[in-house]
Ligand binder design. Structure first.
Ligand SMILES: Nc1ncnc2c1ncn2[C@@H]1O[C@H](COP(=O)(O)OP(=O)(O)O)[C@@H](O)[C@H]1O
Ligand SMILES: CC(=O)N[C@@H](CCC(=O)OP(=O)(O)O)C(=O)O
Length: 320
């Protein structure tokens, strides 16, 4: 009996400590915008999806403005399989035919985005879904990639060249949580819409939005603990890396990590305070990364900040 009472007290004490540890982070980030990228591989079961929605609503009630950008690669693959349409990835990006583009648009905006909005709104009427097409929020040009030194044509794949923040700003100003799917209208070299829509990798779209919104953080959820220096050696998890160090490492990365780390680098280079890779398979890992001093994933910082090491919680986190 006494043992149980002691255990209960210890548990209560550690819960109180966790709440108090969050205080300086809540103070620091209240009023800022955070762009959270939710990836297909981190949304594979109901428990994780529900925990993600809770975290987003928690951020909103901590005074932060969360803007969600979502992927849906596995969900697109499943629908393409069902429809018997083949697709391949080159350099971490899907080669997208016009037939595949219809499926990408249908799955991202019609299915994955709807599910996320519904989950967040199970906590209250907070969330509004939109596509990069709405209000021409994401404007893109066609892009290819380089694999083994050779250019590869990816078809209807785009890279964001301009973000119109008006729609997102007005939702945020109204206290809403935008949930954005990464389909973007194509613009030509003269800045005119061509009428086509392009498939944009969700990591790179999230980085473009984070930059345009002047976000304090870009947080990318994925299906690994973070970035590994010597993948797949699990002892090589990187806790903190500067943009300059990441720039050197980027050419040696493989598969899905290429757009992901490229997105983090671009965001931090262009003024986003910090970028984070966190494990979306662990419920609430996003809250632990944002509101604890040690964090749980990989953070990318501007090189100039990384040397700061004064005795504040903020600096401890920056120098984690
Ligand atoms: N250096 C690395 N560190 C971590 N993961 C890596 C690395 N190199 C390759 N990967 C792979 O990248 C994957 C994440 O990319 P991806 O599958 O596109 O994720 P998501 O669907 O979340 O966008 C990991 O599951 C892992 O297999
Ligand atoms: C060009 C390109 O590759 N687009 C991605 C868009 C979805 C996405 O990025 O989803 P995840 O975040 O779940 O990987 C695709 O077609 O799969």
């Amino acid at each position: 009996m006494a043992h149980t009472a002691r255990t209960n007290l210890d548990t209560a004490q550690s819960k109180a400590e966790a709440l108090i540890e969050a205080l300086p982070w809540i103070q620091r980030f209240a009023g800022t915008t955070m762009v959270i990228k939710y990836g297909g591989n981190a949304m594979v079961n109901d428990e994780l999806r529900r925990a993600f929605a809770e975290d987003i609503v928690f951020l909103r009630h901590a005074g932060i403005n969360p803007v969600v950008v979502h992927g849906g690669g596995p969900q697109i693959n499943k629908m393409l399989d069902t429809l018997g349409i083949e697709s391949e990835f080159r350099g971490g990006l899907r080669v997208t035919t016009p037939e595949a583009m219809d499926v990408v648009r249908m799955v991202l905006t019609g299915q994955v985005q709807r599910d996320l909005v519904g989950l967040i709104n199970s906590h209250g009427p907070y969330s509004v879904g939109m596509s990069g097409e709405d209000g021409a929020t994401l404007q893109a040009v066609r892009t290819g990639t380089i694999v083994d030194g050779l250019p590869v044509d990816l078809g209807l794949v785009g890279e964001v060249t301009r973000v119109r923040t008006d729609q997102v700003d007005s939702l945020v100003d109204a206290g809403m949580i935008p949930v954005i799917s990464t389909v973007a209208p194509e613009f030509d070299a003269d800045g005119e819409p061509t009428g086509a829509v392009l498939n944009v990798n969700a990591d790179t779209a999230a980085a473009a939005l984070a930059t345009a919104l002047g976000a304090a953080k870009l947080v990318i959820l994925t299906d690994v603990e973070g970035l590994y220096a010597a993948w797949p050696d699990k002892s090589s998890l990187i806790s903190s890396i500067t943009n300059d160090e990441l720039r050197t490492m980027l050419p040696g990365l493989e598969s899905g990590m290429i757009p992901k780390m490229g997105a983090c680098l671009k965001a931090v280079d262009e003024g986003v305070g910090q970028a984070h890779i966190v494990d979306g398979r662990q419920p609430h890992s996003m809250l632990l990364e944002i509101f604890t001093t040690a964090g749980v994933g990989t953070q990318v910082l501007p090189a100039a900040n990384s040397a700061s090491n004064t005795a504040t919680n903020t600096a401890q986190k920056d120098a984690k």
